[in-house]
Design a protein around this ligand. Structure first.
Ligand code: NAD
Ligand code: UDP
Ligand code: UDP
Length: 318
């Protein structure tokens, strides 16, 4: 059945892929974004589609629209961007959540929160499962994002308990793919762009810290499946790929796929950078019937293809 679906942060990396999939499924999509890290280019191909509407709006301000479902993705996701204006980052997570929850409450609409593995902070439990409460510095440079997202989860669960709101919470682990912002400092985009330009590959710290990387199409599939689960199931659910790689392994893999002459260089590790991260996806597997399908090499190839086109205007022939 066709629904009116609101996607906040819909002009961002994940949001633009989600809008695309929702339109493919025949839904009427309202994309709301303030274009802080997202761009019109990300959704340019959707403009003109009869069921796509783009609205410039900051979710820290109230929003009065009529929809059936809400995906709340608005929030800068990369450390460079969320640390650029940390107060605004917390406002976006917290005031943005309050406004979108207030909207969902008035409309009796189902609402999904894009939470994050950052709620686990620098975890002492490995792999991370949903029952783990995390180890988060409340006053560090990542706190605006980590604590903002933790508070948003609190608000979601309190609206659920207090107002019986139909919520869904997914905790997203590192996700990559086409339409990542080339300058947002995330490791996959940094390494690919550096390798394509023949610049040094910058490893922060000694490169032994680990992350698990999920391809964007798999992630969007998990959002859609979570939104369709029965009302009693609210999450939180970890969504991510459980393959775990050190940053040194990722650098070497990227270099071998891109080729070229880049050298690996080492730079200081940012404060509070988590040592290791890997999702326990048992709940996603059993409750959503979901597991990732795109292996890292294949996802990286596709992402490299996108950046070649994006950075140089055409696929390079080398
Ligand atoms: P992104 O930066 O590409 O997208 C975020 C979007 O939100 C952008 O389009 C931005 O302009 C918009 N936005 C920011 N502040 C806003 C505001 N106040 N009002 C309206 N729009 C606003 O990042 P992404 O990777 O697509 O992340 C989407 C969501 O998923 C975020 O909530 C992020 O925290 C979460 N997430 C992403 C990852 C990942 O690896 N990509 C991991 C964990 C969580
Ligand atoms: N809100 C909104 N759109 C709506 C309804 C509410 O943006 O359609 C915002 C409004 O700013 C409000 C917030 O959501 O302050 C929380 O709403 P709620 O009903 O939970 O609380 P209120 O503050 O209205 O008592
Ligand atoms: N990182 C790196 N070089 C870069 C960018 C990031 O070594 O050019 C490291 C970063 O310190 C972290 C990991 O890669 O340990 C993942 O960083 P990202 O910002 O992509 O995600 P997050 O830290 O939020 O998981």
């Amino acid at each position: 059945m066709s629904k009116k679906v609101l996607v906040t942060g819909g002009a961002g990396f994940l949001g633009s892929h989600l809008c695309e999939r929702l339109l493919e499924q025949g839904h009427d999509v309202l994309c709301v974004d303030n274009f802080f890290t997202g761009t019109k280019q990300n959704v340019m191909h959707l403009i003109g589609h009869p069921y796509f509407e783009l609205m410039r709006h900051d979710v820290t301000f109230p929003l009065y629209v009529e929809v059936d479902e809400i995906y709340n993705l608005a929030c800068p996701a990369s450390p460079i961007h969320y640390q650029f204006d940390p107060v605004q980052t917390t406002k976006t997570s917290v005031h943005g959540a309050i406004n979108m929850l207030g909207l969902a409450k008035r409309l009796k609409a189902r609402i999904l929160q894009a939470s994050t593995s950052e709620v686990y902070g620098d975890p002492e439990v490995h792999p991370q499962h949903e029952g783990y409460w995390g180890k988060v510095n409340p006053i560090g440079i990542r706190s605006c994002y980590d604590e903002g997202k933790r508070c948003a989860e609190t608000l979601f669960f309190d609206y659920h308990r207090q107002h019986n709101l139909d919520i869904k919470v997914v905790r997203i682990f590192n996700t990559y793919g086409p339409r990542m912002h080339p300058n947002d400092g995330r490791v996959v985009s940094n390494f690919i762009v550096q390798a394509l330009k023949g610049e040094d590959i910058t490893i922060y710290g000694d490169g032994t810290q680990t992350r698990s990387f999920c391809y964007v199409d798999d992630m969007v599939e998990a959002f859609l499946l979570m939104m369709q689960t029965k009302a009693g199931f609210v999450g939180p659910v970890n969504v991510g790929n459980s393959g775990e790689y050190s940053m040194l392994e990722l650098a070497e893999k990227t270099l071998s796929l891109v080729g070229g002459k880049s050298k690996i260089v080492y730079q200081p590790l940012p404060q509070d950078d988590p040592r290791q991260r890997k999702p326990d996806i048992t709940i996603a597997e059993s409750k959503l019937g979901w597991s990732p399908t795109v292996p890292l090499d294949e996802g990286l190839e596709r992402t490299i293809g996108y950046f070649k086109e994006h950075l140089f205007g055409h696929e390079l022939s080398d």
